[in-house]
Design a protein around this ligand. Structure first.
Ligand code: MRU
Length: 342
């Protein structure tokens, strides 16, 4: 798998996911503003990766302040946090990573070499995410049977995380254990994370994958082609309501109607103990122009309006179970999700 995020010298390098799978272009981030741009403009995406990039962005912000002012204070730290938070509102991993970096600052603020300690914290967030994905994948692979045909939406693979993947990690681990699996990947308009990223990742692993237009979900279930659905998540409320890429809710409804299990694979950092239900999860609304154009080519008239909610909420009633690094969470969700936050 191509390296999609690494730190070298004093910079963060990110594989530009908007160009995949056709070109491998790296974007170099030297400043807080560079990382903000990368998150906001989809150079990178996927809830856990957004958190990891924000953690490195935090380090870049600190470096800049120390270089320009020679000292750090709480006000500057708050400014860094606010700037990063103000990029994409739905993925709670962003808030989670920023809070962790703020706690690290409190711990290391008196240290001589605070930059190095903060970088170590960002690296720890990155490495732990890969380890968590491995655990999620091992637990989740138990749910998958030989010859299962799995539907997934958007991209919850290595590219959306520090590495390996959550929903795709489960599929990869099942494949590595010798199970023969087929995957349908929805194309995921308008960014095509499914067609461009998920299909590419699975194809590279030697896993049978077929891309389907987003509007094919109903017919796939009708033809009894799906045994299981597995997706990632951007934020999970205490009652289990789940924000994920827009379109997920329709898939969950279809799965329920056809009595097919619908699984959500996500690290504990994607659960939000502050939020009781999905109604309270902020949903990112992106510029309608992202729907009206494809790679610079208009697909409707300029004067016609368009709307793009980047995520939707799947009610917990339609979710069969959550797969986390601590194990599988079954009903009653609220009781078990609360136990993640003693
Ligand atoms: O807009 P994106 O590409 O950041 O959306 C990503 C998703 O919706 C993923 O399914 C989600 O982050 C869960 S897996 C990391």
């Amino acid at each position: 798998m191509t390296k999609h995020i690494y730190w070298k010298g004093d910079s963060l390098y990110l594989l530009d996911q908007r160009e995949l799978p056709f070109k491998k272009v790296y974007v170099r981030c030297n400043t807080l503003e560079d990382t903000r741009y990368a998150i906001k403009n989809m150079v990178i995406r996927g809830a856990p990766l957004i958190g990891i990039v924000a953690a490195y962005g935090f380090v870049l912000g600190i470096k800049e302040i120390l270089k320009n002012k020679g000292f750090l204070n709480e006000k500057e730290i708050k400014r860094i946090s606010k700037a990063l938070l103000n990029t994409r509102p739905t993925a709670v991993n962003l808030l989670w990573a920023i809070k962790r970096m703020e706690r690290a600052y409190d711990k290391y603020k008196e240290k001589q070499d605070i930059e190095a300690s903060m970088l170590e914290e960002a690296v720890a967030i990155h490495v732990e995410d890969i380890e968590n994905n491995r655990m999620i994948s091992l637990f989740g692979a138990e749910l998958i049977k030989d010859k299962d045909c799995i539907l997934t939406h958007c991209n919850a693979g290595s590219l959306a995380m520090g590495g390996y993947g959550t929903a795709l990690g489960v599929i990869k681990a099942a494949h590595e254990s010798g199970k023969k699996i087929k995957v349908f990947a929805t194309e995921t308009r308008p960014y095509f994370q499914g067609a461009r990223l998920t299909a590419w990742e699975l194809y590279n692993e030697g896993i049978h994958v077929e891309v389907v237009p987003d509007n094919h979900v109903g017919i796939l279930f009708h033809k009894k082609l799906i045994d299981k659905v597995i997706v990632g998540a951007d934020r999970i409320a205490l009652n289990g309501d789940t924000a994920n890429k827009v379109g997920t809710f329709m898939i969950a409804l279809c799965a329920k109607a056809h009595n097919i299990p619908f699984y959500v694979a996500a690290p504990v950092s994607t659960f939000d103990p502050e939020i009781e239900s999905g109604n309270l999860i902020p949903i990112e609304e992106r510029d309608g122009n992202e729907v009206k154009n494809f790679r610079g080519l208009p697909i409707t008239l300029k004067k016609i309006k368009a709307r793009y909610y980047s995520f939707d909420i799947t009610d917990h009633r339609y979710i069969s179970a959550f797969v986390t690094e601590r194990g599988i969470i079954k009903r009653p969700f609220k009781r078990y999700i609360k136990m993640l936050f003693p």
